[in-house]
Design a protein around this ligand. Sequence first.
Ligand code: LCS
Length: 403
Amino acid sequence: MTDIRRMHPATRIIHAGQHPDPATGAVSTPIYQTSTFAFKNADEGAARFQGRDPGFKYTRLGNPTVAALEECLAILEGGCGALGAATGMAAINTVYVALLEQGAHVVGTDSVYGPSRLVLENEYRRFGVASTWVDSSKPENVAAAMRPSTKMVYIETPANPTMKLTDIAACADIAHAQGALLVVDNTFASPVLQQPLALGADVVVHSLTKYINGHTDVVGGAIVSSSPALHDRLRKVHVAFGGTMDPHQAWLILRGVKTLGLRMERAQANSLEIARLLEAHPGVAWVLHPGLPSHPQHALMLRQMAGPGAVFSFGVKGGLEAGKALIDSVKLATLAVSLGGVETLIEHPASMTHTGMPKKEREAAGITDDLVRISVGCEDVRDLIADLEQALVKAAAAVPVGA
Ligand code: LCS
C-alpha cells in the first residue's frame, strides 16, 4: 500500500495497522488469543529476547492484535510509536512512573479527569513528586507555576468536565524552554479533531474507552510518543509494570475505531444543535460548549481543533436541586459516567467523576455543584431534544417558587 501516513484521516482510521493477516489473508485483524508464542528452536528464542529477532515472545511484551491497534493509533496521532494499555489510567500511570522521579514537579490543568490529578496528589506525593494545578486555559498560569524541578506539563484539552481549552503550542514552548515534557490527554477530542504531537506535544495519552472505541463495551488506554527514545523508555516501563492490553480488548477497539470519523461527525452535529437550543432555553443558566461563540476559548478551538467535539457542560437554573431533577428525569439519555459512546450519557461531576476532589479545589477548578455534563451520542437529535425538553420542565418544577 502507498504511504498510509499521507492519506486522509478517514482512510487512515480504516487501514492504518490493519493489513490482511499474513498467515491466512483474513481481512479483519484476527484475535491472537494466546499468552505465549512458540519458538522454532533455542536460538530463535534467544534472538527474540536479545532483540535480534522482532518476533513475538509473550503477550505482556507484545501481541499481534495489540500491535495492529498500536500501529493504527501511532499513525492517527502522527507519532513514532504507540502502546496499548489496560485502561486510560494504566496509560497515564505509565507516563508518570516512566518520566518522573523523586523531587520532580508537575504542572497540570486543574480540571482534568479526577483520578489523573488525584493519583499525583495522593499517591506519587508519597514518593516525593510534587504537583501544581492551574487554569491552563491561560498559558501565563502555566508559565508562572513552572519551577526548576518541573519535569512535566500535563494538560487535558478539552478538559473534563469544564470544557476549558488549553493552547497546546503555547504550553509546548513553556515546557520546552525549561527542559520539561508536554503530555496531552487527547481523549475528548480524539485524533480526528486534534493532533497534539503536530503542535509540539511530546506524549499523547488516551482513554480508548471513550471515542476511539466508541461503543461503551470495553475499557482501554494508549500512549503515543513523538520520538523513538521516548517510546522505548515508555515501553520498557509499561511492560514491566504490567498495565498492558489484552488481545480481545484490542480487537474490540480496532473494530470500534473504524467508524470514529463517522461517529464523531454525527455526535458533534447533534451536540452543537442541542447546545444552541439549551443556550436559548429559559430554564438553563449557562452552557459551555467549545463550538459556541460564547465559549471563552472558541477562537482557540477554531485554530487548534478540526471541530469542538460532542461533550459539553451546562448549569440548570435552580442549581444542584434542579440539575438533579433534570438528570433523574431524562428517559433517552442515560444517567451514567463515561463519555464518547454512540449513546447519549449524562452525569453530575461534583458528586460522581470528580467527587474525590476537595470542594474548595473542585469549585476553584470550575467544577461547580450545578454543572451537568452531557456526552451527546449518535441518536436522532430530534429524540434527544424532546427528551431534554421534557426533563427541563421537570427540573423547573423541582425549584421552589421564588428561589
Ligand atoms: N482521561 C480522560 C479525559 C477521561 O475522561 C478518563 C475517564 C480517563 C482519562 C481514564 O480512562 P479509563 O481508565 O477510565 O479508561 N473518564 C471518565 C469519565 O469522565 N467518566 O467515567 C470515566
